[in-house]
Design a protein around this ligand. Structure first.
Ligand code: NAD
Length: 366
């Protein structure tokens, strides 16, 4: 019988859990045994009793889980200690932050562990059912708008009342990937006037499809795999000139821009913030990766010339319940790729497994 396990996420500010009871129930019904460390779901308000009812075995100690499972599913990369405790030859599925060359990857290699890095899942329509980058970015985009609405001294909708007419807030979203699109849709639903900016041509149509006005600059910079590429010095200068006036006209700016494998691009400079009206707000959800605004302080809200700049970290974890539900559904789907007829069968010719494979015995694929 294949044994799948989850343990409590111990990284600071991590409230998500990698499998929720509803998905475990389905796994158990397919003959998979699931081991859960006690308290794993607490941060997202999934109780041990719910895991037990779903058919999981709840164990007191992470080591008991780690030493007994064939497949470990995690949100955050494991600690060195956790990696050392994982059963030899087991499979790890989770975020890895492999580009930082963490030490635990050597331990994985030594212990013959096969690791799938969720950061490497292809960003295609076919891979959406396992794409945690997309599911978690959806949550982050939504929450960014809620944070912005809370920090802003304005209301988002236009209101016509006996006490007069209030203008709608102008919300500009910079970076229209998955998070940016959800931010635009959320701000629109709250009644804001929405504007979008990106350097990938496909983003224009995407932004328009959720009712935003796309700000079209002369800079287009599509990279590989659907991602953006880093801008050249000259392109950055043109972008800066183009964006400055639009940023100055916005009540709220939400930034989500990322370039794979690099620090998040610096798009909003101090002089641009100086052109914003007092009371304006920037929510920079690229803060985990350095931020898109020069004044962002990751994990803080700072105020400069009356402009509030928030750099929230690990935003999906701040909405842990749906973030865990979506993560868990993606992971239950991932398991279907590797467990066939109750047995682990790794077909490395399958595109998603091939692309997301980080380590297998004798092979490193960083
Ligand atoms: P991301 O987090 O890597 O980046 C967010 C956005 O920032 C992107 O739209 C990017 O173009 C933009 N950006 C980067 N540098 C910028 C700059 N200097 N100025 C302005 N904008 C900048 O993006 P993501 O949400 O992870 O999406 C990555 C790709 O994957 C996109 O092409 C997306 O459409 C694609 N995708 C496809 C599917 C699918 O079903 N086919 C699903 C999810 C994502």
């Amino acid at each position: 019988m294949v044994r799948v396990g989850i343990i409590k996420e111990r990284r600071e500010n991590e409230r998500r859990v990698s499998l929720v009871p509803a998905d475990i129930k389905k796994l158990v019904s397919k003959g998979i045994e699931v081991l859960v460390e006690r308290g794993s779901g607490e941060g997202a308000y999934f109780l041990d009793g719910e895991y037990e009812e779903a058919g999981a075995r709840v164990l007191n100690d992470a080591k008991e889980v780690l030493s007994n499972v064939d497949i470990l599913i995690k949100v955050q990369p494991p600690s060195l200690e956790e990696a050392k405790a994982l059963k030899e030859g087991a499979i790890y599925i989770g975020f890895t932050r492999y580009w930082e060359n963490p030490e635990y990857l050597n331990v994985f290699s030594e212990r013959g562990i096969t690791a799938f890095a969720l950061e490497k899942i292809p960003r295609t329509t076919k891979a959406q059912f396992v794409d945690v980058l997309s599911s978690q970015a959806t949550i982050a985009g939504y929450k960014a708008v809620i944070l912005a609405a809370d920090l802003s001294p304005h209301l988002f909708p236009m209101l016509t009342t006996a006490a007069g007419t209030l203008k709608p807030a102008k919300v500009l979203v910079i970076g229209v990937g998955v998070a940016g699109l959800q931010a635009l849709a959320t701000a629109k639903r709250l009644g804001a006037l929405t504007f979008a900016y990106d350097i990938r041509p496909a983003a224009k149509h995407d932004a328009q499809s959720v009712g935003a006005k796309f700000l079209e600059s002369p800079v287009w910079a599509e990279g590989v795999g659907g991602y953006a590429r880093e801008l050249t010095e000259e392109e950055r200068r043109i972008q800066h000139e183009f964006l400055a006036k639009h940023i100055g006209n916005s009540d709220v700016v939400i930034t989500t821009a990322q370039v794979p494998g690099k620090r998040a691009p610096l798009i909003i400079t101090k002089d641009m913030v100086e052109k914003m009206k007092p009371g304006s707000v920037i929510v920079d959800i690229a803060a985990d990766n350095g931020g898109n605004c020069e004044l962002t302080k990751p994990g803080e809200v700072v105020e400069y010339n009356g402009v509030k700049i928030a750099g929230p970290l690990n935003v999906p974890s701040s909405v842990p319940r749906p973030a865990s539900e979506m993560f868990s559904k993606n992971m239950a789907n991932f398991l279907e790729l590797i467990i066939k007829d109750g047995q682990i069968k790794l077909d490395f010719g399958e595109e998603i497994l091939e692309k997301s494979l980080l380590i297998k015995p004798g092979v490193k694929n960083e």
